[in-house]
Each structure stands twice: as C-alpha cells, then as structure tokens.
Ligand binder design. Structure first.
Ligand code: HEC
Ligand code: HEC
Ligand code: HEC
Ligand code: HEC
Ligand code: HEC
Ligand code: HEC
Ligand code: HEC
Ligand code: HEC
Ligand code: HEC
Length: 396
C-alpha cells in the first residue's frame, strides 16, 4: 500500500507549482535540451521527467518520510551537496539510471515491507555497472548470510551510500574501517584500542592493518573455518616478515621462521599442507597475541613480555602450566650469543659434536666395510711358505 497522507498531497500540489516556476527559471539559465524537450510544433515546453533536476525538485526538499509496512521510516530527502560530491554525479550517472522503474510522478507502488528488503531491491541496479563486485559479494560470507535471509547482513548500499559515495581512494583507512563499525561496533572498539587500531586512528598510520586488510571486502570469508585458522599465520606474517615495514618499528621479522621452527608452528604447517580442512589445536599467532585486541608486547599491564601475562596465554591450552613454563618459549628470536646464549651454545655444541661423532662413525663404518669387501673379493695370493724339510724348487 502506498502511504501518502493528505498533507503530502497538498505539499505535492504546492511543489508542482513550484517546479513549473523552477523550470521556467532553469530554462533561462541552462540550454533547453538539458531539461526540457521542445515539442516539434514549438508549442508549450514539456518537462523531461527523467532529468535529475526534475527529481531533485522534490527530493532536495525535506519531504515527509514514508512509513514502510514494517513501521520503519524511509527518508526520501537526497542531500544536494553530498550528491553533487558523489562519484556517481561526478560521472554523470543520473537518478533514473539506478531508479530504472521511476520515470515521473507518481511513482510505482513499492513492494518492500522492510527497509532491508527495500535496499536489496534497489541494489539490484548496481550489477549493471559493477558486475565484478556484485558477483564477488554473492560468494562472500556477507552474501551467503543474505541468501540465508540474515536481515542484518549488509547490502551494497549499507557500505556505499549511492547518493554520497566518494571514490574509495578519497577515504582514509580509518573511514574504511568505520563502515564496518556501523554493524560490528564491539569489534571496532576493541580494535581501536589495539596496537594496530591506535596507530591507524591516532596517527593515520598506513602500515597497520584495517578491517579489510585482514578480511578482504567483497570476497570476505567465514572466519570460523579450519582453512581460515590455519592460514591466518601467513596473514600476519605477510607484514611481520617484511623488513621494509618492520624495521621502522624495530620489530623482529623472524616471527614466522621461529614460529614454524617451534613445536606449535611445525604442526600447523603440516596441517596446512596435508589436511587443509582439519582444525589444528596448536597455537596460531592470535591464540597468544589476541585478534582485534593485539597489544604491544611491552605494554606494562597486558603485554606478553611480562611473564605472568605470557603464562596466562599459555594456560588457555596448557592448563597445568606453572611459573617457569613460559621459559620453554624462546620468543621469536633465533638463539644467538645475545638472546638465549645457553641454548645457542648448547645448539652449537651439538652442531659440532653430532657431525663429529656421526662423521667419525661414518668414516669408521665405511673404512671397515671397505676392508671387509677387499678381504672377501680380492683373495690374497696364497703365500708360499716353505715347509720345513721340503726343498724349495726354483724355476728359473
Ligand atoms: C512531485 C514530487 C516528486 C518528484 C518530481 C519525484 N518524486 Fe520521488 N517521491 C516523491 C514522494 C512524495 C515520494 C514518497 C511517496 C512515494 O513513494 O511515492 C517519493 C519517493 C521516491 C523514492 C522512494 C520510494 C520508491 O518508490 O522507491 C524514490 C527512489 C524516488 N522517489 C525517486 C525519484 C526519482 C528518480 C525521481 C525523478 C525521476 C523522482 N523521485 C521524482 C515525490 C517526488
Ligand atoms: C548509483 C545509483 C543511484 C543513483 C545515481 C541514485 N540513487 Fe537513489 N537510491 C539508490 C539505492 C540503491 C537506494 C536504496 C538504498 C538506500 O536506501 O540507500 C536509493 C534510494 C533512494 C530514495 C529512497 C530514500 C533513501 O535514500 O533510501 C530516494 C528518494 C532516492 N533514492 C532518490 C534519488 C534521486 C532523486 C536521485 C538523483 C538525484 C538518485 N536517487 C540517484 C541508488 C541510486
Ligand atoms: C561490507 C561492506 C561492503 C559491501 C557489502 C560492499 N562493499 Fe564495495 N567496497 C567496500 C570497501 C571498504 C571498499 C574499498 C576497498 C579498497 O579500498 O580496497 C569497496 C570498494 C568498492 C568499489 C571500488 C573498486 C574496488 O573493488 O575496490 C566498488 C565499485 C564497489 N565497492 C562496489 C560494490 C558493490 C556493487 C557492492 C554490492 C554488490 C559492494 N561494493 C558491497 C565495502 C563494501
Ligand atoms: C549506470 C552505471 C552505474 C550504476 C548503476 C552504479 N554505478 Fe557506481 N559508479 C559508476 C561510475 C561510472 C563510477 C566511477 C568509476 C570510475 O571512475 O572508476 C562509479 C563509482 C562507484 C564507486 C567508487 C569506485 C571507486 O573506484 O572508488 C562505488 C563504491 C560505487 N560506484 C558503488 C555503486 C553502488 C553500490 C551501486 C548500486 C547502488 C552503483 N555504484 C551503481 C557507475 C554506476
Ligand atoms: C549492515 C551491517 C554490516 C556491515 C556494514 C558489515 N557487516 Fe560484517 N556481518 C554482519 C552480520 C549481521 C554478520 C553475521 C553475524 C556476525 O557474525 O556478526 C556479519 C559477519 C561478518 C563476518 C563473518 C563472521 C564469521 O562468523 O566468520 C566478518 C569477517 C565480517 N562480518 C566482517 C565485516 C567487515 C570487515 C566489514 C566492513 C568492511 C563488515 N563486516 C561490515 C553485518 C555487517
Ligand atoms: C590483524 C588482522 C585483523 C584485523 C585488523 C581485523 N580482524 Fe577481524 N578477525 C581476524 C581473525 C584472525 C579472526 C578470526 C578469529 C577467530 O576465529 O576466533 C577475525 C574475526 C572477525 C569476525 C568474526 C568473529 C567475531 O568475533 O564475531 C568479525 C565479525 C570481524 N573479525 C570483524 C572485524 C572488523 C569489523 C574489523 C575492523 C574493526 C576487524 N575484524 C579487524 C583478523 C583481523
Ligand atoms: C605460543 C605463543 C605465541 C605464538 C604462537 C606467537 N607469538 Fe609472537 N610473541 C609471543 C610472546 C610471548 C612474545 C613476547 C616475546 C618476548 O619478549 O619474549 C611475542 C612477540 C611478538 C612480536 C614482537 C617482536 C618484537 O620484536 O618485539 C611480534 C611482532 C609477534 N610476536 C608476532 C607474532 C606473529 C606474526 C606470530 C605468528 C606467525 C606469532 N607472533 C606467534 C608469543 C607468541
Ligand atoms: C598490514 C600489515 C600488518 C598485518 C596484516 C598485521 N600486522 Fe601486526 N603490526 C603491523 C605494524 C606496522 C605494527 C607496528 C605498529 C606500531 O608500533 O605503531 C604491528 C604491531 C604488532 C604487534 C606489537 C609489537 C610490539 O610489541 O610493538 C603485534 C604483537 C602484532 N603486530 C601482531 C600481529 C598479529 C598476530 C597479526 C595477525 C593476526 C598481525 N600483527 C597482522 C602490521 C601488521
Ligand atoms: C591454542 C592452544 C595453545 C597455546 C595458546 C599454547 N600452546 Fe603450547 N601446545 C599446544 C598443543 C596442542 C601442543 C601439542 C601437545 C601434544 O602434542 O601433546 C603444544 C605443545 C607445546 C610444547 C611441547 C611440549 C608439550 O607439552 O607437548 C611446549 C613446550 C609448549 N607447547 C609451550 C607453550 C608456551 C610456552 C605457550 C605460551 C607462550 C604455549 N605453548 C601456548 C597448544 C597451545
């Protein structure tokens, strides 16, 4: 049911008069073919009811909003200044290129019962010009949720106001993440206080990850799968092994090497290769560091360098761990003379001892085998030992 109250009808009449006036003025200001189609015989000019000027003659005004059957309110005012700034207006995309069903007033009757349903219907317009993103979104976790009838999952226009959308590159990294905050505010708040989020929001740091650097956008995946968990290690390592980024912050780039060398990492790596669909219970980066709440390891209260905090992290999987348990964790440093010297020298000792012992063994075994083989195949000439009392016959 279309719901226009009497007040609206009155205002429409008033406005129609205003429009005619407006067109007369516009007609004087801009070339007639833009808004007004001159009829063949030169009679009264006709209004081009598909022009932006026509649509905006009503929609730039603070009209009474429409109430949808669900009780939700559809505000129908389009902010002129925002629209003029949008990529769409800058690229001469007219109202009716997206609102294909509307070509004048009154408008066709709406069928949507809820705001979400309304947006979904309208968003079908996007595919015509942005096919790639539309197809990707269908396969994403948000697209999947939409197809399952999840009414809170985002449609295109929840993330891109079609009437105000600037170029994405004109938005800051923080603004990109704020789009997600509209629905994931709890996570955004956690993230805002993390080492990554703080650097982004306070310092406009471009090196730290915003939401979409870890999740992607139109190809966003379900995070609860085994594949996501197992491969998350490489997500973090993508930046944390990159010296051109990490050197600026004096952070170790050996996090992945040391992690993979460690008892936890080896297993995850093997899982990743042999059974990508199987969840590993071994620690991945975020089990120890957290996800949206990652802190500097030197944070005086919660940082992992504080042994007590490290212990708490270990205890989530090693419930019996006691105070010196974290000593088994060699941090992300490959042991050397300065970091973990004992481990370094013990390793070095073994590096010399083991090849020494094994090498010695090998030399012994080979030479022994050689000797035996020689004995077996190269039969020694019988040595003619003169027997006592026998004459030695000389052949000369
Ligand atoms: C005479 C004033 C007037 C003009 C001109 C006008 N509209 Fe509207 N429009 C309204 C009113 C009133 C409503 C709310 C009632 C309704 O939905 O019909 C509305 C609702 C809408 C809606 C939301 C509801 C829906 O049907 O989706 C859209 C979209 C819309 N108009 C687009 C346009 C476009 C595009 C143009 C230009 C081709 C246009 N309008 C021209 C008055 C106008
Ligand atoms: C790039 C495509 C696009 C263009 C261009 C566009 N619209 Fe829309 N419009 C949409 C979509 C999608 C929705 C529904 C989603 C939403 O509510 O934001 C919508 C919703 C509306 C509504 C309902 C109220 C609202 O904001 O949700 C009105 C009224 C409207 N448009 C009028 C206009 C007018 C007038 C113009 C031209 C000045 C215009 N639109 C240009 C895509 C577009
Ligand atoms: C969950 C929020 C979200 C949804 C839903 C979403 N987008 Fe995006 N979109 C973004 C963000 C954030 C970017 C910026 C990506 C970047 O900078 O790498 C973007 C970028 C874009 C771009 C610029 C080119 C590009 O790919 O970077 C287009 C075009 C686009 N989106 C269209 C769409 C369309 C069409 C839909 C619906 C089918 C849609 N988006 C759904 C958040 C969203
Ligand atoms: C009639 C064609 C058309 C339709 C329909 C359309 N757009 Fe666009 N859109 C454009 C053009 C043209 C640009 C400017 C692209 C450029 O210059 O690369 C653009 C730009 C964008 C951008 C910014 C891209 C960037 O590179 O930063 C986003 C986001 C976007 N559109 C989203 C949408 C959404 C969401 C819808 C549906 C509600 C929609 N568009 C419908 C033509 C369209
Ligand atoms: C219009 C609301 C809305 C917006 C905007 C939105 N989301 Fe979502 N998103 C949801 C809903 C609803 C779910 C499903 C319920 C849940 O897991 O919270 C979801 C699910 C997700 C999931 C999957 C959760 C899982 O269980 O694996 C991720 C990841 C996600 N969103 C990230 C983002 C990111 C990143 C952005 C910004 C680019 C964003 N969302 C923007 C509503 C939204
Ligand atoms: C450093 C990478 C990273 C950043 C940045 C990040 N996430 Fe996540 N996010 C993850 C990982 C990893 C998981 C999987 C956690 C799990 O399975 O327990 C996840 C899970 C999620 C989930 C689903 C699980 C839940 O707790 O509901 C949502 C929704 C989500 N992230 C949204 C966001 C939003 C919104 C932002 C930006 C404010 C963001 N993420 C920033 C890595 C990141
Ligand atoms: C078993 C728990 C655990 C796992 C798994 C783990 N870390 Fe750590 N990480 C720590 C602890 C504890 C510290 C603090 C080290 C210290 O000071 O001894 C740390 C320190 C760091 C630091 C700071 C390094 C510096 O130079 O100060 C970074 C960055 C880091 N980890 C990233 C990662 C990444 C990326 C992964 C996954 C590839 C990962 N961590 C896996 C426990 C872990
Ligand atoms: C887009 C690149 C990027 C990604 C992806 C990324 N980080 Fe970071 N991370 C950084 C940068 C840059 C810093 C330094 C920020 C600062 O100090 O201002 C940092 C800081 C950290 C720190 C604090 C180190 C310290 O003690 O100061 C930890 C711990 C950390 N990241 C862990 C992770 C984990 C775990 C993941 C994956 C879930 C991850 N990071 C994903 C770029 C990234
Ligand atoms: C997400 C869970 C998880 C977290 C967090 C975790 N571990 Fe483990 N860890 C495991 C699993 C699973 C094994 C393999 C146990 C087995 O094979 O019996 C393991 C094995 C080990 C081993 C090999 C000896 C053994 O008990 O089998 C050590 C040492 C170890 N972890 C130390 C640590 C330290 C130190 C921390 C904290 C900095 C930590 N772990 C955090 C899950 C975790």
């Amino acid at each position: 049911m279309k719901r226009i109250n009497l007040l609206n009808v009155g205002r429409i009449l008033l406005l129609l008069t205003a429009i005619v006036m407006l067109f007369l003025i516009v007609d004087l200001l801009i070339p007639p073919e833009k808004v007004v189609a001159q009829s063949e015989d030169g009679s009264l000019p006709q209004i081009d009811t598909t022009s932006n000027v026509y649509c905006l003659s009503c929609h730039a005004e603070a009209y009474n909003p429409v109430q949808l059957p669900s009780g939700e309110i559809l505000y129908i005012q389009v902010e002129l200044a925002d629209f003029a700034d949008s990529t769409h207006d800058r690229n001469q995309i007219g109202c009716v290129q997206c609102h294909k069903d509307i070509s004048g007033f009154p408008h066709p009757i709406k069928t949507a019962r809820t705001l979400h349903e309304y947006q979904l219907q309208r968003d079908t317009a996007c595919v015509e010009c942005h096919e790639v993103q539309a197809n990707q979104t269908k396969d994403s976790i948000h697209g999947f949720l939409l197809s399952q009838g999840e009414i809170n999952a985002p449609t295109c226009s929840n993330c891109h106001d079609p009437h105000a959308q600037p170029y994405m590159e004109e938005l800051t990294k923080t603004e990109h993440s704020e789009v997600c905050a509209n629905c994931h505010n709890g996570i955004f708040q956690e993230y805002a206080n993390s080492v990554h989020g703080e650097a982004m929001i306070k310092d406009d740091n471009q090196d730290v990850p915003g939401c979409i650097d870890c999740h992607g956008v139109h190809t966003m995946e379900d995070t609860s799968t085994a594949e996501f968990r197992n491969s998350s290690v490489y997500l973090c390592a993508g930046c944390h092994t990159n010296a051109s980024i990490m050197d600026k912050y004096g952070l170790s780039t050996q996090v992945l090497d040391t992690y993979v060398a460690d008892f936890h990492g080896t297993t995850v790596t093997l899982f990743e290769i042999t059974e990508p669909g199987q969840t590993t219970n071994k620690a991945v980066c975020y089990d120890c560091h957290g996800i949206h709440n990652i802190l500097s390891v030197n944070d005086p209260n919660k940082g992992l360098s504080v042994k007590q905090n490290m212990l708490v992290a270990c205890q989530s999987c090693h419930p019996d761990a006691t105070t010196n348990f974290p000593d088994t964790w060699l941090s992300h440093y490959i042991p050397d003379k300065d970091n973990y010297p004992i481990v370094y020298y013990v390793t070095l000792f073994y590096q010399i001892l083991i090849p020494g012992v094994l090498g010695g063994m090998a030399i012994f075994v080979v030479s022994d085998a050689y000797r035996r083989l020689r004995m077996k195949f190269i039969k020694p000439k019988p040595v003619e030992v003169p027997v006592e009392g026998e004459e030695v016959i000389k052949h000369d």
